[in-house]
Design a binder for this molecule. Structure first.
Ligand SMILES: [Fe+2]
Ligand SMILES: [Fe+2]
Length: 331
C-alpha cells in the first residue's frame, strides 16, 4: 500500500522508490526504527512510500489486510525469530565495519520484536542462538563493537532498548572480563538482551504512555523485573546468574533501587553491569515527553548526579568503552 510520507510511523516496513545511491539508507526496504529515519525519507524529496503492513510492527498495521507470506504458508508460530540476514551480515567480511553494524542492529531489532511479541520457550531458545552470534562478533572485532555501541537508534520501544542494552552490556562485559575465562559472556549476553522481558506482562498502555507515569503506574511497571525472572523460570531458560540480571537490573549500588533495595555486593556483578547500560540507554533515548541526550551529556549526568547508583570502577570502564579502538581506521 502506498502512503504519503506524512503518514509514516516508526515500526512501518517501507520500500523507498529510488535507486540505492539516491537515498541515505543501506537498503531500499527496511523497518523504520526512528523519527530520524522518517525525517530523512521526507528530506529525500519522496512524496509516497510503499508500506508492507505484513512486515510492519506498528499499531497502524493492526487491521490492515495481512500479506500472503512468500513461498507458502508458514504459521508465525514456527517462524524462526532470528532473521537469516542477521547471521549473514555478521559473517559477511566484505562489509565495512560501520555498514555491518547498521545491518546487525536492524536485524537484531526484528529478532527482539518477534521474541517480545510472544516469549515462548521455543522463541527464547532461537533468540539465544542469534544473540550468541552477536556476542561472538563483539568479542572478536573491536571495530564492529565500536560502531555497534555508537550507532544512534534510540526510539522508545522495548525491543530497541533491549538491543541497545544487550550490545552495551556485552561490550562492557568484554572490557571487564577480558582477561578471565570464568565468565560465560554468551549466557550473560542473553540476560542483557532479555533484561526487560517482564515488560510483556505489564499493561502495554502504561509501557507506551506518551507522558510521565503516575505513582500507581510506576508501581505497576516496577513489577517487571520479577515478571521477567518468573517467565525465565517457567520457560526454564537462562542460567541462574543471567536470571539475576533480569531480577536485579534496577537495584542501585547505594540501595536506592528496586525491587529489594539491595546494596553493593548484594547485587550480582552482572546486574551491576546491566544497570549502567540500562540507564545510559534510557538517557540517550527519545521519549514523547523528553528529548534524547547525546552520549557525552548522558555520561556527564551519570558521573555528576548519579554516580552513587553505580560501582565507580565499573562506571569508569563503561566510559572508556566509547573511545575508538587503538589504531583504528574508522570509515
Ligand atoms: Fe527494566
Ligand atoms: Fe531496561
Amino acid at each position: 500500500m502506498n502512503l504519503p510520507v506524512e503518514e509514516l510511523e516508526i515500526g512501518m516496513y517501507v520500500e523507498i522508490p529510488l535507486s540505492w545511491h539516491e537515498h541515505p539508507f543501506l537498503k531500499n526496504s527496511f523497518l523504520i526504527t526512528s523519527e530520524e529515519e522518517i525525517r530523512k525519507i521526507k528530506d529525500s524529496g519522496i512524496r509516497h512510500v510503499k508500506v508492507d503492513f505484513g512486515r510492519s510492527r506498528c499499531l497502524a498495521a493492526v487491521g490492515k489486510p495481512p500479506v500472503e507470506p512468500e513461498g507458502g504458508s508458514n504459521p508465525a508460530e514456527e517462524e524462526d525469530v532470528v532473521p537469516p540476514e542477521l547471521i549473514s551480515s555478521i559473517h559477511d567480511r566484505t562489509l565495512a565495519a560501520e555498514k555491518r553494524a547498521h545491518l546487525v542492529i536492524e536485524h537484531s531489532l526484528v529478532m527482539m520484536q518477534g521474541l517480545l511479541e510472544k516469549p515462548s520457550t521455543l522463541r527464547i531458545d532461537q533468540a539465544k542462538r542469534g544473540i550468541s552470534e552477536i556476542v561472538n562478533l563483539i568479542l572478536r572485532d573491536d571495530h564492529a563493537a565500536y560502531y555497534l555501541i555508537n550507532i544512534n537508534t534510540h526510539d522508545f520501544y522495548t525491543y530497541t532498548h533491549s538491543v541497545n542494552v544487550g550490545i552495551l552490556g556485552v561490550t562492557l562485559a568484554k572490557a571487564i572480563f577480558q582477561n578471565t575465562s570464568t565468565h560465560d559472556i554468551h549466557a550473560l549476553g542473553v540476560g542483557f538482551f532479555l533484561h526487560d522481558l517482564g515488560k510483556v506482562r505489564v499493561d502495554q498502555a502504561i509501557i507506551n504512555k506518551p507522558a510521565k507515569l503516575t505513582e500507581e503506574e510506576m508501581r505497576e511497571i516496577r513489577r517487571h523485573p520479577a515478571h521477567g525472572f518468573k517467565i525465565l523460570l517457567e520457560t526454564r531458560q537462562l542460567t541462574e546468574e543471567s536470571r539475576l540480571v533480569v531480577l536485579q537490573h534496577h537495584e542501585r549500588y547505594d540501595g536506592s533501587g528496586y525491587p529489594r533495595g539491595l546494596r553493593k555486593d548484594e547485587i550480582h556483578i552482572y546486574a551491576r553491569l546491566c544497570s549502567l547500560a540500562d540507564v545510559y540507554d534510557a538517557l540517550t533515548s527519545e521519549r514523547p515527553y523528553k528529548k534524547s541526550m547525546t552520549s557525552f551529556e548522558a555520561l556527564k549526568l551519570m558521573r555528576e548526579e548519579m554516580l552513587f547508583h553505580f560501582q565507580t570502577e565499573l562506571f569508569e570502564k563503561f566510559v572508556l568503552m566509547f573511545r575508538a579502538p587503538n589504531h583504528a581506521r574508522l570509515n
